[in-house]
Design a protein around this ligand. Structure first.
Ligand code: 5GP
Length: 185
């Protein structure tokens, strides 16, 4: 028998895998209705949204293509500054396309604001945002979130793609590491 503590030890569940799956199905149905007759481009913002985007893509009953956008956000300490470096760009032009940006979480809003500005210079037909989570209490920049999974309090969440120092992305649920506070960031 292994004595290694499992990954979930010390993580308090905020949203279970079942709760997330049910909400992702609803979002997929909503997006399917909204884009009926259109072909969309899902832009998965790496790394945090890779799990959400994989599930969301399968909940959308429309032809779509998936693009990956790698971003690194610079900030003083742990606070996002909104200065975003693209570490992996889209593989094709997006002119005239219907873009759906898939984010894990909108916190200050600075990252999404920057991405909206950047991508709009490439002349897509339309850009919308789908975020799994939103922390309105931390908002510094008002950004549109057309499709939202859950609104949460100001707590640092991990799992379902979201990390803490690159760990916990593979937890199947969303939780809070015991002993961490928003200030731990
Ligand atoms: P924003 O520019 O909106 O402040 O930052 C968004 C990014 O910060 C997210 O895409 C995510 O990478 C990171 N982030 C913000 N809040 C959390 C959180 O509670 N947990 C984790 N793991 N990352 C977060």
């Amino acid at each position: 028998m292994s004595t290694t503590p499992n990954l979930a030890a010390g993580v308090r569940t905020l949203l279970s895998a079942e709760q997330i799956a049910a909400r992702v199905r609803e979002l997929g149905a909503e997006i399917t209705r909204a884009y009926e007759g259109r072909k969309l481009v899902l832009v998965c913002v790496l790394k945090g949204s890779f799990v959400f985007a994989a599930d969301l893509a399968r909940a959308i009953d429309l032809p779509l293509r998936v693009e990956f956008l790698g971003v690194r956000s610079y900030g003083s300490g742990t606070e996002s500054s909104g200065v975003v470096q693209i570490t992996h760009d889209l593989s094709k032009p997006i002119e005239g396309e219907d873009l759906l940006i898939v984010e894990d979480i909108v916190d200050t809003g600075l990252t999404i604001a920057h991405l909206l500005e950047l991508l709009s210079t490439r002349h897509p037909r339309d850009i919308r945002v789908c975020s799994l989570l939103h922390k309105p209490s931390r908002e510094r920049k008002k950004v549109p979130i057309h499709y939202l999974g859950f609104t949460i309090d100001d707590e640092f969440v991990v799992g379902y793609g979201l990390d803490w120092a690159e760990t916990y992305r593979n937890l199947p649920f969303l939780g809070i590491v015991e002993g961490t506070t928003a200030a731990t960031r």
